[in-house]
Every structure is written in C-alpha cells, then in structure tokens.
Design a protein around this ligand. Structure first.
Ligand code: B1M
Length: 209
C-alpha cells in the first residue's frame, strides 16, 4: 500500500481511508511510531498550516482531526504497549462557569496530533481541578474561555496555583475568542494562542520540545 494515502486521508478528512490504511500498514509491518511521526502528525501539521493560511476553516480542521482519530484508535494501544513517550503532558479544560467546548476540543486534537498526552478536565473546570492536576504532575495546563464573564477564572486559577506554591511547576497556555495576548500578559500566563494549530505550536515552544 502507498502510505501517502494515510497522509492525504487526514488532510482530506477521510476517516475510512486513514483507519483502513493504518490497519493495513500495521499488518504489512510498518511500525506505530513511523505511522504516527512520519504520516499522521505531519499531516495534521499541514492541516494547521492551511488553517493559518485561511485555506482551511474550522469544519475542515474538525473532519481532519476526526480522520486522524480513526488512525490513532489503532495506534494508541500499540504505542502505550511499546512505551513510546509522548512529547509532554498537558491538562486542558474550559474554565469555571463556561460550557463552550468545541474550540477546546479542537485544541485538544491539535495537541494530541502534535504528540502530547492529554488530560481533559472538561468544561466548567474549577481552579481547584487545575491545581489538583498540577499537584499530581503535569507539564502544562491549557485553559479555554469563550465568555468575557468567565475569562477572570483564568486569573483565579493562576492565583490558586501561586497560593498552592505550584506556579513554577507548570507552563500555562490560554486561549478562546475573547482572550488576547494582552490579557495573558496581564494575568501572568506563559503563552496565548489565537487558534488550535498555533496552540499546539505554542505548547511545544513553551516546553522546549
Ligand atoms: Co455561546 N456565546 N453562550 N453557546 N456561543 C458565544 C461565545 C457568544 C460570542 C455568542 C454571541 O453573543 N455572539 C456569546 C459570548 C459573549 C461574550 O461573552 N462576549 C455567547 C453567550 C452569551 C452564551 C450564553 C451566555 C447564552 C445564554 O445562555 N444567554 C451561554 C453561556 C453558557 C455557558 O457557557 N455557561 C452560551 C451557550 C452556548 C451553547 C451551549 C448553546 C453553545 C456551546 C456548545 C458547545 O460548545 N458544546 C454556544 C455556542 C456554539 C456559541 C458560538 C455560536 C460558537 C462558539 C464555537 O464553538 N465556535 C459563539 C459565537 C461565535 O463564536 N460565533 C457563542 C467555534 C470554535 C471552533 O471557536 O471556541 O472560538 P472557538 O475556538 C477557537 C479559538 O477561540 C481558539 O481555538 C479555536 C479554534 O481555532 N481557542 C483556543 C479556543 N480555546 C483555546 C484555548 C487555547 C488556545 C486557543 O489554549 C489553551
């Protein structure tokens, strides 16, 4: 089989092609890391770049991410078994009081696509939830907010981390429609990303991976 079909399948959002292609490649002896690092992740990066160039929009990104998940479903158990290390661990959540999760899920998919292991704290994630996950050990937290009324929960969360003596143990990335770089600077976050693909890039930058 032509492995390029898997790459193209992610970009065109064809979950069937990706899922069947990955299964066939595994049967033919292609290793899970090769499929992940040489085909799925580069394809998702290409999707992110097209999004940044306004050649792709949110729907294309969503179907590409879903197609990638079709391949990941076959790879994940094998990668876990073979002990392939993720490039970092990120806990993501939509902040307290906020139920919007479409953007957060897109960011999650791009982070997973970039090779991070994700802990999803879901929506309406209280500061204590973020504090606990940092206490348990995580490289970065990623907070999403879609409402101007819930943005302050990002600051409350950072304050709670400072109070718990954990602020310097973790990198903090924030984003969401009303969030800006100025707000990130104001509340002492380490990074801000305007969209899902730059969130993945920023997370890599913050963690030096
Ligand atoms: Co809501 N809503 N909503 N809503 N909703 C908005 C956000 C709003 C702008 C609509 C409007 O008035 N024009 C407005 C907010 C106004 C404001 O605060 N300035 C609003 C409101 C007011 C409300 C309610 C209060 C309405 C009410 O009940 N009176 C209510 C609040 C509920 C709550 O959260 N407590 C509410 C409810 C809802 C629904 C439940 C119906 C639904 C959410 C369903 C869901 O998410 N499962 C909903 C929706 C769908 C929207 C709109 C229409 C679309 C949001 C969306 O998913 N966009 C939205 C209007 C709009 O945006 N046009 C609106 C697509 C998504 C891919 O984009 O989430 O921005 P986005 O994510 C982007 C970037 O922001 C970034 O990357 C993503 C993709 O590139 N990003 C990050 C996001 N998180 C990031 C994190 C990062 C980095 C980047 O790092 C960690």
């Amino acid at each position: 089989m032509d492995l390029k079909e898997i790459y193209e399948g992610v970009i065109s959002g064809n979950q069937k092609v990706v899922s069947e292609g990955v299964q066939a490649a595994l049967k033919a002896g292609v290793t899970p890391p090769t499929l992940l690092f040489d085909y799925l992740i580069p394809a998702m990066s290409e999707v992110g770049e097209r999004f940044e160039r306004n050649e792709f929009y949110v729907p294309e990104m969503l179907i590409a991410a879903r197609a990638m998940q079709g391949g990941m479903a076959h790879l994940k158990p094998l990668l876990v078994e073979s002990g392939v290390e993720p490039i970092g661990r990120v806990a993501i959540g939509t902040v307290k009081g906020d139920l919007h999760d479409i953007g957060k899920n897109l960011v999650s998919m791009m982070l997973e696509g970039a090779g991070f292991e994700l802990v999803d704290l879901g929506v309406d994630a209280a500061p204590e939830k973020f504090v606990q996950v940092v206490r348990d050990g995580i490289d970065a937290i990623a907070m999403s907010a879609l409402l101007t009324t819930t943005m302050p929960s990002m600051k409350t969360t950072i304050d709670a981390l400072v109070e718990a003596g954990l602020r310097d143990k973790v990198k903090i990335l924030i984003g969401g429609a009303p969030v800006t770089q100025a707000y990130a600077d104001q509340i002492g976050a380490d990074g801000y990303a305007p969209d899902a693909s730059s969130a993945a890039r920023m997370a890599k930058e913050l963690l030096g991976v």
